[in-house]
Design a protein around this ligand. Sequence first.
Ligand SMILES: [Zn+2]
Length: 308
Amino acid sequence: MKKLLGILVLGLLWSGPVVASCSDFLDFSWKFVGKDRVTHVNSSNAHYAEFTFKSTSDKTIRINFVRLTTADGKIVKKDEYVDFYIKPFGKDSDLMYGMKSLNLDVVTSGGYSCRFENQPAKKTSTTNSNKSNNTEESPALVLLVVFAIIGFIIYKLVGSKNNPDSNFTSKSQPASSKYQVSPNKNLQKNTVKILSVKEFNKKIKNYIPSHQVASLPRIGDVEGQEFQCGCGKSHIMNFNQHYFIADGGIYKAVFLSPACGYLNALKLKGPMTTGIKNLCSTKYLANKPKYGFNDYPDIAGSIDKYFK
Ligand SMILES: [Zn+2]
């Protein structure tokens, strides 16, 4: 009897202070999507895997990684994140690339890892007393951040060398992150050519609309880079907010930015350049038939894919 009581008390103590896990607050789902990045498809037609998180927590949750696994738990593909945060009661999603080159028959489930963590403050003034943030970070993480900053500075230096006519300097932006929307007022201002939709149509008449391209151009690594938009601001490339509309070959592509209402023909990068260059822009005429475009190339059909 004493033994039984002991077990009972131990059991009660054991189950007492249950610490809620971040995953208890995340409504997680994943699916395969086609090359338009939107349509849900089966694994044989998958170009991407989309992972979606909806938070019911009043705290910020950081997603460490997402992964696809086999029935016996082996990892087929894993994407690790440095700065993927779900804000309080927020939602967000991310695309995993490279599904075309994987045998997805073996994938039975998708998963993720998370932890409660505040998003590091965007650098405003470094003298602020946020030292407490650093105390919990592991040395490896600190090293990673240091390398990221060094890499970024080198990247900026190389970029400014290769584009002598741009005002892109390494001074103004010491650090960057995927979600840091920091329109640098000096950045290539007034260099964006704004065309009428007819002129724009002429410029891109040899482009292939995204829903007609046989294989997606290799544009995966431009996410996180800044580009000048026809709206006069600069944006951070993110395929959830800037839709891939047409492929012009040789790293050229048209993107639609529905939030500000501009179509931009961008040169993503090439052997001799870094960064994204704006070739020309036009206002997005959302209410015009075919958005003001001609029948060929079928730009309207490509845009429709994102809204239907
Ligand atoms: Zn814009």
